[in-house]
Design a protein around this ligand. Sequence first.
Ligand SMILES: [Zn+2]
Length: 229
Amino acid sequence: MSVTTDTNAVQAAPLARPNSLAGGVYDAIFGQLMSLKIAPGARITVDSLVRELNVSQTPIREALGRLEGEGLVLRQHLVGYRAAPQITRDGFDELYELRLLLEPDAAAKTAMAMSDARYAALEGLAGVMAGNAGNDEKLRYSEFARQDAEFHDRILEFAGNSLVRDTLRTQHSHFHIFRLMFHWRVTAEALDEHEALLNAFRAGSPDAARAAMQDHIRNSRTRLLPAFA
Ligand SMILES: [Zn+2]
């Protein structure tokens, strides 16, 4: 690793998982994208990230490649990297329509296919993420976005229709949705709704699970709609 001697360099933000350099660099850039420190559509230059994070180009290029696969970063030939543009209002409406068509039924199927192991997996993703991110609000927010994406993805997995799961997965919907607004309400209220989903799963009730998922998606839409005002 190169040693910087530039005393004017901005103090690097502490990396989330210093024991894994590549993972830590990825987490740092992911956090900047999710908290809008890197604005949608903004150019991302490898050199400035090298200076800011005080690491070589290799882990940064690796992280940007992974983020490209997740739809958060675009790479243009000879131009470089750019943060994905913000989702449009039409795209937002279409996404929520799709989610409402697919996710409530998937939640009902998952409730009927519950097991102790599956319940434990979902409970682990439903909202306990605040613990490992400490007091860093941006980190907490980006951690929540990732866990929310995983929570919903596991529900689709347990529902057993891989086509439905892949359809929603390729939208990277949670990453786009969470970039609309950086706000504690988005997480605090969603936690209560996840709790309602867990209760329905624990009870093995398909009707309650379908209703809870419908409420969650509709409420999420209402929470984020002001971003387009
Ligand atoms: Zn959720």
